[in-house]
Design a protein around this ligand. Structure first.
Ligand SMILES: Cc1cc2nc3c(=O)[nH]c(=O)nc-3n(C[C@H](O)[C@H](O)[C@H](O)COP(=O)(O)OP(=O)(O)OC[C@H]3O[C@@H](n4cnc5c(N)ncnc54)[C@H](O)[C@@H]3O)c2cc1C
Length: 451
């Protein structure tokens, strides 16, 4: 008999997972708390986008969706920096031909749900998981439109219900020695818009991720296919300036005029959006175990919520699905073996990308504008171009090297950083940066590491 699987949450990861599982021959049901987003009109002019990179692309290719997604993706080849003095700069993300993609979250989720249904996945909307009774293998739901509760029995359950997962909470409360760590940074975020110009034209460079680095905080902007940009302000909750201190429309506009001058000119609805749009918090969640025998596993943000500064949360969740799919084939549907190896492989990678993402906040908001950092990047790029087998910058390991695990990207990145720290302490490095001395030093250090 065809085994049934229940997934809690039809977000990006749950929807993708359902496609893999149904292709593996399972009968899949998803229960989603929200109404069907495909039947709702997008709130006027608001589009939220995400950076999709190679790990996520690999998974979308595996389920045959990438061709469709390419049509709605905007390549971003590098960072366009907008400095406080009005000057701008550009940093390529990788080598020529390497780029990340701006994709609408809503469109991506809708496309995944459509493909899931084509594969006979049943999606039940307005169904909130309240808790799971592990002794009876029962999931308790409330229908959020009728308020009716019901219970379903299930042999195998996936919790893909996001950072504040109800499935995880049930798992935690009924599991001896469950490890749980939740860490909020002192910064929140708010989404704002730069609308399209005349005839849906882009008011700034289309193929770049724009950053206004301001030391302790930053504004970023990603392009949308309608010519607009979705901006995100990452800003302290408290202090001056902060979300707390910008408490009137006048103070907000004045602050933007002074701090993000060119962006402010392109934001006619700034005051309205600033006070209407939510200020949201940023959390990292780590937990263990992710699984329960052959009955249950956490996946995506429910297993490893991270801050968004490496643009990897969704990409990591998509990679979880791909890894799981390979294990189903490897272990020939033996779920004890599959879930055990899934957790063994993915937990260190989830922890690693959480650390990398936190570190990247400082790089984006502050270091990208620092001349010493820029020199270091130049030296690294130079060396990596000459010795591509010996040195790949940490950003490229994470973003463009899906064959390298996140945990390996973190350890290789740390080792390379300690070599760079020594290089940057060399006398006259600003004039010597392109010299044989520096090259030989780096070569000997990296050879030492390899041996
Ligand atoms: C500001 C910001 C920017 C980001 N940018 C990027 C980026 O550029 N690139 C990238 O890769 N990642 C990015 N991320 C991370 C990315 O959004 C997440 O990693 C991704 O959405 C995780 O997908 P998920 O399906 O695991 O969880 P979610 O997308 O949170 O989906 C969970 C689903 O479960 C449903 N649900 C919740 N509770 C229940 C319940 N009790 N019962 C039933 N259903 C439930 C929810 O309604 C939702 O549909 C960003 C995150 C933020 C906050």
């Amino acid at each position: 008999m065809q085994k049934e699987i229940t997934i809690i949450g039809a977000g990006l990861v749950g929807s993708l997972l359902s496609i893999y599982l149904s292709k593996q021959g399972y009968k899949v049901k998803i229960f989603e708390r929200r109404p069907d987003m495909r039947k709702m009109s997008m709130s006027a002019g608001r589009s939220i986008n995400l950076a999709l990179s190679d790990r996520g692309i690999n998974a979308l290719e595996e389920v045959g969706l990438m061709e469709d997604i390419r049509k709605i993706a905007i390549p971003m080849h590098g960072r366009q920096l907008h400095h406080i003095d009005g000057t701008s700069g550009y940093q390529a993300y990788g080598k020529e031909g390497q780029f990340i993609n701006s994709v609408s979250r809503g469109e991506l989720n809708r496309t995944l749900m459509n493909l899931a249904e084509k594969h006979q996945v049943e999606i039940f909307f307005n169904e909130r998981c309240d808790h799971i009774d592990w002794k009876k293998n029962e999931i308790h739901f409330t229908n959020t439109s009728t308020n009716q509760t019901h219970i379903t029995k299930q042999e195998l359950i996936f919790g893909s219900d996001g950072a504040f997962s109800a499935a995880r909470l049930s798992h935690q409360l009924q599991h001896d020695r469950f490890q749980y760590q939740q860490y909020y940074i002192d910064f929140g975020y708010k989404e704002l818009t730069i609308p399209a110009g005349k005839e849906q034209s882009f008011q700034m460079e289309k193929n770049a991720l724009h950053i206004w680095p301001r030391g302790n905080y930053m504004l970023i902007a990603l392009p949308n296919i309608d010519g607009s940009f979705t901006c995100t302000l990452f800003f302290p909750f408290e202090g001056d300036p902060s979300f707390n201190s910008l408490d009137t429309p006048e103070k907000t506009r004045d602050f933007f005029n002074k701090t993000f001058t060119n962006a402010s000119i392109m934001m006619p609805d700034l005051e309205k959006e600033f006070f209407n749009n939510a200020t949201s918090s940023l959390v990292t969640v780590k937990c263990f175990p992710w699984i329960r025998d052959d009955k249950f596993a956490l996946i995506g943000d429910a297993a490893h919520a991270i801050v968004p500064f490496f643009g990897q949360g969704m990409n990591c969740g998509f990679e979880d699905c791909s890894v799981l799919n390979n294990l189903i084939t490897k272990h020939q549907h033996n779920w004890n073996l599959i879930l055990n190896e899934y957790q063994t492989l993915r937990k260190p990678d989830g922890d690693a990308i959480a650390t990398l993402a936190l570190n990247n906040f400082v790089e984006m908001r502050d270091k990208v504008a620092d001349p010493v950092f820029l020199l270091q990047k130049k030296i690294e790029a130079n060396f990596s171009n000459k010795y591509p087998d010996k040195w790949t910058p940490a950003y490229s390991l994470v973003t463009f090297s899906p064959d390298v695990r996140y945990s390996e990207a973190l350890s290789r990145g740390n080792a390379q950083q300690s070599i760079m720290n020594e290089v940057m302490r060399m006398e006259n490095i600003s004039t010597l940066w392109n010299s044989d001395t520096v090259e030989e030093f780096m070569l000997s250090k990296i050879n030492d590491l390899e041996s």
